[in-house]
Design a protein around this ligand. Structure first.
Ligand SMILES: NC(=O)c1ccc[n+]([C@@H]2O[C@H](COP(=O)([O-])OP(=O)(O)OC[C@H]3O[C@@H](n4cnc5c(N)ncnc54)[C@H](O)[C@@H]3O)[C@@H](O)[C@H]2O)c1
Length: 443
């Protein structure tokens, strides 16, 4: 494991805004862009593969805290571009390198906000996976950091880059659905079975457990936390809601013209399906009050008759069978009903008797979303899933989970101050970070 150098700490103390802004000038369309991957798990591997195929985009680093991960993507990147990225363990090594233009953060979610703040302070642009934060306060800090250091912060809500998402938004804006009264967001997954927690024990060789935990509370090592099951612990993420459901919540917000925060939230649910020791619920039903319409989100993981959109729906001309589609959104207007699907599946508008009056078929949007990040590094334009907009989508996750965690209570929320009336809910606005991994109040 490499040591954290003194220089790293100097950088982390905060680069003056003016210095970071020097590199915020537009540059030619095909100019070289140097990237680093942080977190080489499943999603990081896909992102790096896609980005390395954008003209003149290359990876100088792959940063990973687990020696068992990363070899495959390093090999693949070398095959694609003929350059072998350096393997590093501590992301601060990447931020110290002035050659790096942008970083791709695909760690577990507890690291997303801090790594994005550090990257902005070091003058790097950021592609940060969803959910970009684990609390509402973090989202505000990311907006402030991106603005202060003039950084591109693209969130991995790729549906925003699908042309069909834009046509859905324009269709609703045109008034053809009538007045919107109800929006139903679904995330009813077939289910992955019970969660088996491995016993705690010594940290195995090749794993930097301190860096994995980062800002999260200190816990004994367990493989369950290290591997993809981290999402079942509140320390590292927001359960199913911050996983798949957050994509549908974000797409629904985009289709509705990106409304700001709702006035109140109520979440009920529990661990009904699995008698295991996950912390996060396996069923949640949430109601968001937007004043002149209501949005609901039904999020569960044990509905074997439901199905995520299959490949031929994501990439072809086939339409889904909507009632059993896990990741759909239903938008009820005073005149018509729209079904909208994630994963590029498209949208259809229905009148009475099942008559389809309008539709637009989509395509899986990764092929636009990652190149959009590189384009924005060069052009300095705002990215399609700018943190300034998508913070409000991530907040729907945090609002729902906050209501659940304070005892399934209805919570009023002041969108201007981003605070609840309820003190117990306010206590969950910001995580208690470990000392050496704190996001400062002033980023
Ligand atoms: N946009 C999408 O469609 C999509 C799809 C899948 C996953 N995701 C998101 O991508 C993120 C990663 O998910 P995943 O499925 O790849 O998880 P994963 O557990 O497979 O990968 C995360 C990796 O990050 C590494 N890591 C942890 N802390 C680190 C640190 N400080 N520095 C460097 N590496 C570190 C872990 O060792 C692990 O290899 C999650 O936020 C997830 O929600 C998004």
């Amino acid at each position: 494991m490499e040591q954290v150098t003194r220089r790293s700490f100097v950088t982390m103390a905060g680069m003056p805004a003016a210095l970071a802004a020097q590199s915020a000038q537009p540059r030619p369309a095909n100019s070289k862009v140097v990237l680093a991957l942080i977190g080489a798990g499943g999603r990081g591997t896909t992102l790096a593969t896609n980005l390395a195929q954008v003209e003149n985009a290359e990876f100088k680093y792959v940063c990973e805290v687990n020696d068992q991960k990363g070899a495959a993507i390093i090999k693949k990147l070398e095959e694609i571009r003929g350059l072998k990225p350096q393997r590093v363990v501590d992301m601060r090594r990447v931020f110290d390198d002035k050659d790096v233009d942008g970083v791709v953060v695909a760690t577990p979610e507890h690291w997303h906000a801090l790594s994005t703040v550090w990257a902005c302070q070091a003058g790097k642009d950021v592609y940060v996976e969803k959910c970009p934060t684990i609390s509402i306060w973090e989202g505000r800090k990311l907006i402030e950091a991106a603005a202060k250091y003039k950084r591109v912060v693209q969130v991995g809500y790729e549906n925003r880059s699908g042309p069909y998402a834009a046509t859905a938004r324009d269709y609703i804006k045109s008034g053809k659905l009538g007045k919107i009264r109800l929006v139903k967001v679904y995330n009813l997954l077939p289910g992955g079975g019970a969660f088996k927690e491995e016993p705690t024990g010594p940290v195995p060789p090749g794993v930097d457990w301190d860096l994995f935990q980062g800002p999260a509370p200190e816990r004994p090592f367990s493989q369950t936390r290290l591997q993809r099951s981290w999402g079942k612990y509140w320390d590292y993420g927001g359960g199913e809601l911050s996983d798949d459901a957050s994509h549908q919540l974000d797409l629904a917000r985009m289709a509705l013209g990106d409304p700001p925060h709702p006035k109140s939230v109520y979440c009920t649910g529990g661990r009904y399906a699995y008698n295991d020791n996950r912390e996060t619920p396996d069923m949640q039903v949430i109601t968001y009050d937007y004043g002149d319409y209501v949005m609901t989100c039904e999020c569960g993981t044990n509905q074997p008759y439901m199905k995520k959109f299959p490949n031929e729906v994501r990439t072809g001309t086939k339409w889904p069978y909507w009632p059993q589609s896990s990741c759909r959104i239903e938008i009820y207007g005073s005149e018509r009903l729209m079904f909208l699907g994630r994963h590029g599946c498209g949208w259809q508008v229905f009148e009475t008797d099942g008559k389809i009056v309008d539709q637009d078929k989509g395509y899986f949007p990764d092929k636009w979303h990652q190149p959009n990040f590189v384009d924005c590094i060069r052009s300095r334009k705002s990215p399609n899933a700018d943190i300034a907009i998508t913070h409000y989508s991530a907040s729907l996750v945090h609002l729902g989970n906050t209501s659940y965690r304070v005892g399934k209570r209805h919570l009023e929320f002041d969108g201007t101050t981003e605070r609840f009336k309820d003190p117990a809910a306010n206590a969950l606005l910001k995580p208690a970070y470990r000392k050496q991994y704190r996001i400062p109040e002033e980023v």
